[in-house]
Design a protein around this ligand. Structure first.
Ligand code: ZN
Length: 491
């Protein structure tokens, strides 16, 4: 399977590839969300998986250009070639402009990603902003003879392509198998073969998201954008293309076919796919009614959630599984993640105040090496975490006086914890930052209330009133009691 990747091999092989360049560059392209609804747990997994890849490759010295796209056009219902555009449908239901839907859900996606401590990609291109590149790609594919035009739409000729290449290279599916699984949908009569897919679609009169092209006023096929934008920003051949396993077929299989048809060669050196998140063993999805958004996890306001789970708890939970394994959601698993995270962060805090001894009874250098070995073995985050928990035991036994640690080793252990817990796994102490903010807000409010008190004593009513008015406009209520003024947020 081409989608299996061992980082160890990747790193050593890529070092050879990039030998003359300093620093070595890596191109990473990941399929981003189709922005017509809130992100759910299924969106968090690829985002966190490739954030880990991005962080680690950066840490070991690669200069990574990370491209994660926003799909805002051409993704039709049921991932098919007919039906309504997902974004346009939402816009129709909400009576908004499609681009208002795109902006709204892109903003919310960014907010969720920030909460999960997912770093922003280097480039976040929108499909709708790259229509020209996609039209160019269609032209190239037509010129090479692997596509045909039919009534203003252009279809990729999968059967012809498969005679000369292999449509099934990535997924391992044969054309016969694909044919068996292809649903007979109305409106597909234009295709020469059922397996063919649209690379340009003529827009029906009611279709609002449309652009002029040599073939018709229409829109690009869904698979086209990633080939066009990946090649635009990372070159005709780039290093890593990632996404969820559900995208292997037909999305990524079709991307390869488009690239080979247009440029004569595959555009991706390594494919990486994260496995799916299941809920009680079933795939998560709207149709199964087991769909929980990230916002619902953070607030706990959803029937199947027993409590709220913080964003970093969700992150820890996802990183507890290797990206190629399935991950089953349950309240128990999330509560266990919450406990594990707390233990790890408490040890990191203890580590700050440990005192060194003359000698070490611990092998800190060995622990550090094991952490790197785990990450070099195909980004094995659960094994990395197991080693970090060995570190937790080390810290606690030094604290309890059962082991000793030298100043050099203490420094190394601190660095190891900082690098792997915070920089690479991207975990953080959420309580600490918000408690810090609470303290700051409390201090600022006390200062403001003191100024108000002085103003009142001086009978400077305009100043006192002004303070109260400003606070009211911020939804802050001030009450004067016998003990002095108290404040709170208005309900
Ligand atoms: Zn894609």
């Amino acid at each position: 399977m081409e989608n299996q990747i061992s980082l160890y091999n990747t790193l050593t092989r890529r070092k050879e590839l990039f030998e003359p360049m300093s620093p070595p560059h890596v191109g990473l392209y990941v399929c981003g969300p189709t922005v017509y609804g809130d992100a759910h747990l299924g969106h968090a997994r690829p985002a966190i998986t490739f954030d880990l890849v991005f962080r680690y490759l950066n840490h070991v010295g690669y200069k990574v250009r990370y491209v994660r796209n926003i799909t805002d056009v051409g993704h039709l219902e049921n991932d098919a070639d007919v039906g309504e555009d997902k974004v346009a449908k939402k816009a129709r239901l909400e009576q908004l402009e499609p681009m208002e839907i795109v902006q709204y859900f892109t903003n919310r996606y960014h907010h969720d990603m920030e909460m999960l401590n997912v770093l922003p990609p280097s480039i976040e291109p929108h499909a709708s902003g790259h229509i020209i590149e996609q039209i160019d790609l269609v032209k190239k594919i037509l010129d090479s003879g692997y596509a045909y035009e039919e009534n203003g739409s252009v279809y990729f000729d999968v059967v012809k392509y498969n005679r000369e290449h292999n449509y099934g290279k990535l997924s391992g599916r044969s054309i016969e198998e694909t044919l068996e699984n292809t649903r007979d949908l109305a409106g597909q009569e234009e295709k020469h073969n059922q397996v063919d897919f649209a690379i340009w679609k003529k827009a029906s009169p009611e279709h609002i998201m449309r652009w002029p092209s040599p073939w018709s006023s229409g829109f690009p096929g869904w698979h086209l954008e990633c080939t066009a934008m990946g090649c635009k920003y990372l070159g005709d051949t780039f290093d890593i293309h990632g996404g969820g396993m559900d995208l292997i077929f037909p999305h990524h299989e079709s991307e390869i076919a488009q690239a080979v048809a247009a440029n004569g060669r595959d555009h991706v050196r390594y494919w990486m796919h994260n496995n799916m998140i299941t809920i009680n063993g079933q795939k998560m999805g709207k149709s199964l009614n087991n769909f929980i958004t990230l916002g619902e996890f953070f607030s706990g306001k959803q029937a199947s959630l027993e409590q709220a789970y913080s964003p970093i708890t969700i992150r820890f939970f996802i990183l507890q599984a290797q990206y190629r394994s399935t991950l089953d959601f349950s309240n128990e698993a999330l509560k266990a993640a919450e406990k594990g995270l707390k233990r790890l962060l408490a040890a990191a805090e203890t580590l700050r105040s440990l005192a060194p001894s003359a000698n070490s009874t611990l092998d800190v250098a060995g622990l550090r090496q094991k952490c790197y070995d785990a990450m070099n073995d195909d980004f094995n985050s659960p094994i990395l975490m197991a080693h970090l928990f060995d570190g937790v035991r080390m810290i606690n036994s030094v604290k309890d006086g059962k082991e000793t640690i030298s100043a050099t080793d203490l420094d190394l252990l601190r660095k190891t914890f900082t690098v792997f817990i915070f920089d690479i796994l991207g975990l953080k102490d959420e309580g600490k930052s918000s408690a810090g903010n609470d303290e700051l807000v409390e201090g600022l409010m006390q200062t403001i209330l003191d100024i108000r008190k002085e103003a009142k004593l001086k009978k400077d009513w305009p100043t006192a009133d002004k303070i109260r008015e400003h606070l009211t406009s911020l939804n802050i209520e001030v009450k004067d009691t016998k003990e002095g003024a108290v404040w709170g947020m208005k309900e």
